[in-house]
Unconditional design. Structure first.
Length: 171
């Protein structure tokens, strides 16, 4: 099942809807769904604790391994927003279809406010921090993406339908 037509990876910033859209796309394509952040939590514990106890570098190592395992198994895969930070992870994404989900700062605010995301912790406004992180990662997202879909104002079900149609059109 690791053939490119049996794998679809969703990337994008925090709050773009990778998990919500990914689950829907997986149902539409009749493929399994994997959220690599959930796999990391299952294997290593809560992400905020991983960051606190082991640091971001160790988290990124475990993330790369989770992405590698998921790509090898196939299906629709949602990866964490920072997965593209690692050159090794970006290399894993070459050769498989990758969809970038984007979202505007205005739309992401309600999605991330009050969340327990380690990179948004601290006294800074979460949306301002999100904007800075997005700008830092934008080139990496675009480097590996084969298609881009915005989730700012479109219902997640419609975004999922569009991605499924795009995926079928590649087959």
């Amino acid at each position: 099942m690791s053939e490119p037509d049996r794998v679809l990876v969703l990337i994008g910033p925090m709050g773009a809807g990778k998990t919500s859209v990914g689950r829907r796309v997986a149902r539409l394509l009749e493929l399994p769904f994997v959220d690599t952040d959930k796999a990391i939590v299952r294997d290593h514990g809560p992400i905020p604790e991983i960051f606190a106890e082991h640091g971001e570098e160790r988290f990124r190592e475990w993330e790369r391994a989770a992405v590698s395992d998921a790509v090898a198994l196939g299906g629709v895969i949602s990866v964490g927003g920072g997965a593209v930070v690692s050159a090794a992870t970006r290399e894993l994404l070459r050769g498989v279809p990758v969809v970038l989900l984007t979202v505007s700062p205005e739309a992401v605010g309600p999605r991330i406010t009050g969340s327990a995301r380690p990179l948004l912790a601290g006294g800074e406004d979460p949306v301002d921090r999100w904007k800075r992180i997005m700008e830092e990662r934008r080139d990496w997202y675009e480097e590996v993406a084969d298609a881009t879909f915005d989730t700012s104002r479109t219902p997640m079900s419609r975004v999922a339908s569009r991605i499924a149609a795009w995926t079928r059109g590649r087959a």
